[in-house]
Design a protein around this ligand. Sequence first.
Ligand code: AMP
Ligand code: ZN
Ligand code: FE
Ligand code: FE
Length: 294
Amino acid sequence: MTTTARAEGIVDLHAHTTASDGIYAPARLVDLAIESGLRAIAITDHDTIDGLDEGLARAAERGFLCVPGVELSVEYEGGTFHLVGLSVDRRNRALCDTLEELKLIRSKRVDGIINDLNRHGIAITAEELHGVSGDTAIGRPHIARALIRKGYGTSMTEIFSKYLVRGKPGYVKKRKIAPSEAVRLITDAGGIPVIAHPISLNFKLFARFEEILDGLVAIGVRGVEAYASMHTPEEAERFAEIARARGLLVTGGSDFHGDKNERLGFYADGSPIPAEILADVENFGCAEPRGLVS
Ligand code: AMP
Ligand code: ZN
Ligand code: FE
Ligand code: FE
C-alpha cells in the first residue's frame, strides 16, 4: 500500500466494545467499521484488553486492519486524564495482571455507586447491573443505561447531568493509576502511549497544555489524539500542530461507544478523521501493527 493510497479515507483509532462500556461486541464493531468504509480501527476499551482476541480475529478473517489498544484512566496533579495505548501486546503479563486488578476495582466501585443511588431513593440493584455487564470492565455508562431502562432519564447526556458525576447521586471516585505507571505498562507492552482527547485535561490556555504535555513527554508519552469528538476542528488542528512541533504521533478517534451520538471515523460535527494518521502510527513502530492473530 502506498502512502498516497493510505492518505485517502478515514480511520478511527479510539473505540469501545462490550468488553468495557461500548454497546457492540468486538467482532460487530469491526464489521461496522468495514461497513462504514473505514481503513482501520483501534479497539481501545477502558482498562481491559479482553475484546482484542475477538476483534483481531474478525479483522484478520476480513483482511481489515485492527490496531490492538487500551484506554487507561490516569491521575496527575492537575486532575485526571485518559491515556490510550496503541498497538499493545495483548499477551503482556504485567499489562494483563494490572488490568485484572483495575477490573476488580471497577466492580467494587459500582457496588459503591449502587449504594449511593439507593441512599438517594433510586431503585437499582447489583444483580440488574452485573447481570447485563457480565465479566466486563464495568463503568458508569452501564449504570446510566440501566437508569434509562428504569425510566430515570431518556439519554446518556441527561443521566450524566443528573447522576454519576461529582456532586450528584451515584458519584464514587475511581482509583486511578499514576501517569508514569500507565506509560510504563503501555510501553513495556510494546505500545505507544497517547494522550486521549486532550481537551479533557481542563487547561485554560494552550500554553498551559504545552507545559503539561512537555512534562508527560518527559515520562514517555509519545502522542496526542488531536482528532477527538470532544474537539472542534480548530482545536484539533491546534493539538496536531503542538504535537508535530515536538515530533509526537498525531492520532485520532471518535471514542465510539455506540449510543452517544458519535460516528465511526468522524469527530466534532462530522469532520473526517484522516487516514493519513495511520502512516504516522506505522512510522512509530508497532509491536503488532497489523493486529495479526498468532
Ligand atoms: P468510568 O470509566 O466508569 O468513570 O466512565 C467513564 C465513561 O463514562 C466515559 O468514558 C464516557 O464513556 C462516559 N461518560 C462520562 N461522562 C459522560 C457524559 N457527560 N455523557 C456521556 N457519557 C459520559
Ligand atoms: Zn467509555
Ligand atoms: Fe476517554
Ligand atoms: Fe474512550
